[in-house]
Each structure stands twice: as C-alpha cells, then as structure tokens.
Write a protein that binds this ligand. Sequence first.
Ligand SMILES: O=P(O)(O)O[C@@H]1[C@H](O)[C@H](OP(=O)(O)O)[C@@H](O)[C@H](O)[C@H]1O
Ligand SMILES: [Zn+2]
Ligand SMILES: [Zn+2]
Length: 225
Amino acid sequence: MFGGGSSNFTKNLEKATSQLLLEPDWNAVLQIVDSIRQEDVQAKLALQAIRKKIGNENPHVSMFALQVLEACVKNCGSSFHNEVATKEFMEYLKDLVKIRNDPVKEKILELIQCWSHAFRNDPHYKVVEDTFHLLKMEGNKFPALKEADAMFDAEKAPTWKDGETCTRCRVQFTLMQRKHHCRNCGEVFCGKCSAKSSLIPKLGFEREVRVCDSCYEKINKKQKG
Ligand SMILES: O=P(O)(O)O[C@@H]1[C@H](O)[C@H](OP(=O)(O)O)[C@@H](O)[C@H](O)[C@H]1O
Ligand SMILES: [Zn+2]
Ligand SMILES: [Zn+2]
C-alpha cells in the first residue's frame, strides 16, 4: 500500500498506536506529521491508515490513533484538512460516536468540537460544523473547549513552504547547508536561523519542536508577557 519513503510512515504509525504504550510516543507522532508534510505519504492514504487504527476495537489503540489524527489536523495544513473535512469521514466519526464508549467517544466529540471551532471561518469545511451541530442535537455532551484548542485556527495551521534559500538570511541550501522548517510558521530556514525549539500549545505537541528565531521570540515573549 505504501511506497518507499512512506514505509517510514507505516512504521511510525505502528509505534504511535501500539497497545503497549502507556503514554503518547510524541517522537513517532512528530515523524508522522513530518512525513505527511513532506509528502512522503499522501494525506489521503495517511488518513485511511489512521482511520483503520481508530476503528481498532482495543480502546488504547483507538485513542492513540485519535491523538495522531489530532496532531495531523493541527500540523499538516490544508492537504490533510481536505481529507478530514469530508462528508464520508464525518459520517464515519458520527457512527463511531454511536457505537463506541468513553474515552473513545469523548475524544471524538472533543475533536469535532475543536475542528468546528477551528474551521468556523472556512465555508470549505462546513461539513465539520454541521456534524458538530448534528451530534449536539442528538444529545451528546461535549467537553469544555480546551484553551489550546481555542487557539488553533485552521487558516494558521502552518503549511510548509519550500525554497532553496533561508527565509531569514538568504543563504543557499546545499548538501552541507541543510534545509529546515519552522513548525510555527512553516517557513524554510538554515540551521543557524532555526536552531531554537519551543512548545507550541496550539499545535498540540507536548514536546519542543524546531522554530525560527522570530517565532521563538513571538511565542516566548507572549508567554512571558
Ligand atoms: O535533512 P534533510 O534530509 O534535507 O530533510 C529535511 C529535514 O527533514 C527537515 O526537518 P527539520 O526541519 O526537523 O530539520 C525538513 O524541515 C526539511 O524539509 C527536509 O528537507
Ligand atoms: Zn538562515
Ligand atoms: Zn517561524
């Protein structure tokens, strides 16, 4: 099902959704996000594989898969949003809410509420908001919207830009001068201009990720201020 580079994706998805995990394997989750961003694997195929894991009857596997889904929606940009915000996938989640118990049911409701908020300005993804209202009308109880989720806004989910020179210092990328991406703005930088890392609450990772110097200032100044 998967070609070369994206067998990495499969390996990391197995790791990130292993029933032996006691807590999320954030490294594997980050690798999954990167492989979708770098288009090592198509968003469509990636979602199909994640969906299979969500459907696993072991609630641990299903929960870890939902956390992978959450990280991908928050970090993989519109190519992934286009696969999630479809009638077909929303129907699938709606049906799961009917047949699964907590915590899987609760997590799905939390995600649909979060995405309905995040996609509120984008008519493209109206099916998500419609699903949220339908589930509400069916009497489902939604958890309070988490502050980090409220900060997540689909338009700002950083879609990685590409380029042959550093966005900040304009140095040309070569074999020795590697290209890197800032997880917060999605711009491309040299190692020197993206040497810092930071937590980015809105992106849902519970570990520091590479950010460019100006995003580092923005994120940490805000938190200091
Ligand atoms: O090192 P390479 O084989 O060139 O691959 C680069 C790394 O994977 C970078 O990850 P990083 O941003 O976490 O460094 C990524 O941002 C670039 O797009 C890739 O080209
Ligand atoms: Zn630079
Ligand atoms: Zn940045």
